[in-house]
Design a protein around this ligand. Structure first.
Ligand SMILES: *Cc1c(COP(=O)(O)O)cnc(C)c1O
Length: 467
């Protein structure tokens, strides 16, 4: 991109030394893209070529599609740069990094109200996906042990969850051969229905999954109700079906915004919880966490001990080597922000979320599907039949740089198309105001450009309590 050209007078001496300008052959001929070049090129030329190409990516700060962190304090980024060359797995070589991960696990197990932190265990992961694979394996192993002890078959495990689960659950089920039993959504319920879920549970159910913060609408699933009803069912049938909470987003929101909400280890059937450090844990990707209620929930034979890096290293991870900097950055946030700091940030995000809902609600174009008891997410669809769709609005916003995804809901509610704005830490009130203006302008543009074809649909949804 020529707009990125560094004017000569702004170049450092070393840049001038390489005399790289856009007039050199590097910038008039294209570089080979699918074959390694025959020879080297100067470092700053390679840098400039790649830097320029990446300008075609969306701007992460305007990416309102993602739950994943796009802004951290400079001090956090400095620590991350300083630890880029540390391998997380080298516990013997980097004992303080391992100690720091252990502190994070301890802080989280307390935050999630583990009844007995001395025996709580957990590990850092690449994200919630890896955390969920590990938690799922432990659930499968524990179920198999229970079945074996009763002399029952162990060949048909299943797991019960809503159709709205994130794709990593379907991956877990397929990769590790567990039958996924998906509870359908309905016209007006976009999260797990507890009674519907319990109808699918049997003695081969390794767990029921409750999502704290559905990816689709940001709503929390009713985990306490699930715990209470599943407890009864287990008692009646003589089963021990547990709950896993997918707190990818919500496990870093609920403790600060809704401390009285019981969703975590306060509920006896909740045996494990995953959280994405890189979502509302406020760390750059990728870091996640899985925490087990106590040691007994993590079967010994899933933990590997290696000694070739010196010492005995217990590990339970799918991969081996990875960067240590995300774990260090997570610890930085815990230390730097503390409970009060996280709480203030979550409250700010929720305020900005409410601001969006109230401003967008002033035009009668939208129905809101998100509620004000979940994640700081605004999920909204177009009211009635219009001559345009949420996909048109999304495209129009993209022209301004905003990335606001439009998508259809999960199966059985897939005819409902929505836009979703995920409010994150770097999204200020000023940006919220600009976005509202742009959304209004987009709607006006389409209202004028395309005639309205009708004003209502047969399935017009009631506007729920808004975010
Ligand atoms: C994002 C998300 C995941 C996957 O988490 P990653 O950290 O991206 O691997 C799983 N479940 C839910 C509910 C999510 O929102």
């Amino acid at each position: 991109m020529l707009s990125k050209q560094v004017p000569l007078h702004e170049m450092s001496d070393s840049q001038k030394g390489h005399s790289v300008t856009y007039g050199t052959r590097y910038f008039t001929d294209s570089v080979p893209k699918y074959e390694m070049p025959d020879d080297s090129m100067p470092a700053n030329v390679a840098y400039q070529i790649i830097h320029d190409e990446l300008d075609l990516d969306g701007n992460p700060r305007l990416n309102l599609a993602s739950f994943v962190t796009t802004w951290m304090e400079p001090e956090a980024e400095k620590l991350m740069m300083e630890s880029l060359n540390k391998n997380y797995i080298d516990q013997d070589e980097y004992p303080q990094t391992t100690e720091i991960q252990n502190r994070c696990v301890n802080m989280l197990s307390r935050l999630f109200n583990s009844p007995n932190h001395e025996t709580a265990v957990g590990t850092g992961t690449v994200g919630s996906s890896e955390a969920i694979h590990l938690a799922g394996l432990a659930l499968k192993w524990n179920w198999r042990a229970r079945q074996k002890a009763k002399g029952k078959p162990t060949d048909k495990p299943n797991i019960v969850m809503g159709e709205n689960v994130q794709v990593c659950w379907e991956k877990f089920a397929r990769y590790f051969e567990v039958e996924p039993r998906l509870v359908p959504l309905t016209e007006s319920r976009f999260i797990l229905g507890v009674d519907e879920a319990l109808e699918m549970v049997d003695e081969n159910t390794i767990a029921v999954v409750g999502i704290l913060g559905s990816t689709y609408t940001g709503e929390f699933e009713p985990i306490k109700e699930l715990n209470d009803k599943l407890t009864k069912l287990n008692e009646e049938k003589g089963w021990e079906v547990p709950i896993h909470v997918d707190g990818a987003s919500g496990a870093f929101v609920a403790p600060f915004l809704y401390p009285d909400l019981e969703w975590d280890f306060r509920l006896p059937l909740v045996k494990s919880i995953n959280a994405s450090g890189h979502k509302y844990g406020l760390v750059h990707p990728g870091v996640g966490w899985v925490i087990w209620r106590d040691e007994a929930e993590l079967p010994d034979d899933l933990v590997f001990h290696v000694n070739y890096l010196g010492g005995d290293q217990p590990t339970f991870n799918l991969n081996f080597s990875k960067g240590a900097s995300q774990v260090i950055a997570q610890y930085y946030n815990f230390l730097r922000l503390g409970y009060g700091g996280y709480k203030r940030i979550m409250e700010n995000m929720m305020d900005n979320c409410r601001f969006l809902v109230s401003e967008l609600g002033k035009s009668d174009h939208f129905d809101f599907l998100s509620d004000d008891k979940g994640l700081p997410v605004v999920c909204f669809g177009l009211k009635g039949e219009r001559g345009y769709t949420v996909f048109d609005i999304s495209d129009r916003l993209r022209e301004r740089g905003w990335i606001v995804p439009a998508y259809t809901m999960a199966p059985n509610a897939e005819h409902i198309a929505v836009l979703r704005i995920v409010v994150r830490e770097g999204f200020s009130r000023d940006m919220a105001e600009l976005l509202v203006e742009d959304i209004k302008r987009a709607v006006e543009y389409f209202d004028e450009a395309k005639p309205q074809v009708a004003t209502s649909t047969p399935h017009e949804k009631k506007t729920k309590g808004v975010c």
